[in-house]
Design a protein around this ligand. Structure first.
Ligand SMILES: Nc1ncnc2c1ncn2[C@@H]1O[C@H](COP(=O)(O)OP(=O)(O)O)[C@@H](O)[C@H]1O
Ligand SMILES: [Mg+2]
Length: 369
């Protein structure tokens, strides 16, 4: 798949901007704070319905305006799709081929995206929430049902946490928890099951990629890290039973603290290289290699799930990788995956000899090269 065109109106620092992209490499070059990432953000929004930088859509509107509009032309399996996002009066209206979508999650499955930004370099050493975000985004993009489950789970969790506090303050009796708890277990277990399935596949791919990048020196293993005693083969029933068991066990303490302490919102992914948990003990080089291996695995994972490579957004990370890693990355993507690279260093991208297009960015306007 590839994005052939993009139009931005009143989006961040762009007033009116029309862009025609190359099917292979698009190099977005410019000094800091000129609007490079804003372009990737708009593309990301067309793919997922949300920004990768903020949950507040109002921040995306140009400061002097009160609405923004983005349009993209997607070509996928020789079909054309027009994707539109219109933000007006605190509402986001999304259209595909001029048909308005009922829910944002209906956008899932059109423009698939893998993004690699400086934040991802901290995937290994960052907090568990960083890794949960990664797996959530991954599974959301292949399943709108999963995206829906996440939203539901968030609501249930909030309700249950409120109830825990009310019980602690003796405002309501403890049995009021039951209904919410059942819902938490049902929805949470489905989320965990899908994460286990996805990680199982991702782990195999990431292992291959890590070996490729390190010339066979490092073996990477991704494992779902949870307080529940489950494994990849666990059935949904087993997950539910474990979840229930732990909630029973921790209920008193949860009431005391007024928060839910078990469930997918507390889980993590362990990253093991040559039998060592590199979340704690990885060198900086290993962290970078692992982040890159996981990103490359994501590309292959999506290809396997949806039958086509997604597009790849590389925000400011290309120059963070050393020459060896850059070379390995290019080998994987060239002539196969539409890629958008932002960088302040013109030099590093001048070494490209494949098909590509330059975009020079200055203060929210673009010169195509
Ligand atoms: N809502 C907005 N309206 C107008 N300008 C904005 C808005 N949000 C950010 N900007 C401007 O966009 C620029 C940052 O764009 P960004 O794409 O992040 O830069 P970079 O080229 O470093 O990736 C800054 O100059 C900032 O002031
Ligand atoms: Mg940037």
């Amino acid at each position: 798949m590839f994005l052939s065109q993009l139009y931005l109106k009143n989006f961040r620092n762009y007033k009116h901007q029309h862009l025609k992209f190359n099917q292979n490499l698009n190099l977005i070059v410019g000094a800091n704070a000129q609007g490079k990432t804003n372009i990737l953000e708009a593309i990301y929004l067309l793919g997922t319905g949300n920004s990768h930088r903020t949950n507040l859509d109002s921040e995306l509107v140009n400061w002097n305006k009160d609405n923004f509009y983005i349009k993209g032309e997607l070509i996928k399996k020789s079909q054309n799709y027009q994707l539109e996002v219109n933000y007006q009066g605190r509402n986001k209206i999304i259209k595909i081929n001029s048909n308005k979508l009922q829910r944002i999650s209906d956008l899932v499955g059109y423009l698939n995206i893998v993004i690699f930004s400086p934040e991802d370099l901290s995937l290994v050493k960052g907090s568990p929430s960083r890794r949960r975000k990664f797996i959530n985004l991954e599974v959301s993009q292949i399943s709108s049902y999963y995206k829906h489950l996440l939203t539901e789970y968030g609501k249930i969790l909030k309700q249950r946490n409120n109830l825990l506090k009310e019980i602690r303050d003796n405002n309501i009796p403890q049995h009021m928890l039951q209904v919410w708890e059942q819902q938490l277990i049902d929805t949470g277990s489905k989320i965990i099951k899908r994460r286990l399935e996805a990680l199982d596949k991702l782990s195999i791919l990431a292992k291959l990629m890590q070996r490729k990048i390190t010339d066979g020196k490092e073996t990477l293993l991704l494992k779902y890290d949870t307080k529940l005693e489950i494994n990849t083969e666990s059935s949904i029933q087993e997950i539910k039973e474990q979840f229930k068991y732990l909630l029973n066990k921790k209920r008193e303490r949860e009431i005391e603290h007024g928060v839910t302490k078990v469930g997918p919102h507390r889980d993590d992914i362990s990253l093991i290289v040559n039998n060592i948990d590199i979340r704690k003990f990885g060198s900086q080089g290993q962290q970078r290699t692992t982040a890159l291996a996981i990103k490359l695995a994501e590309l292959e994972f999506m290809k396997a799930e949806i039958g086509e490579y997604p597009i790849l957004l590389l925000d400011d990370v290309f120059s963070e990788l050393d020459e060896g890693r850059r070379f390995k990355l290019l080998k994987v993507i060239q002539n196969k995956i539409q890629t958008f690279i932002t960088t302040t260093h013109l030099k590093q991208v001048q070494e490209f000899n494949g098909k590509h297009k330059f975009f020079k960015i200055k203060k929210g306007s673009v010169i195509e090269g």
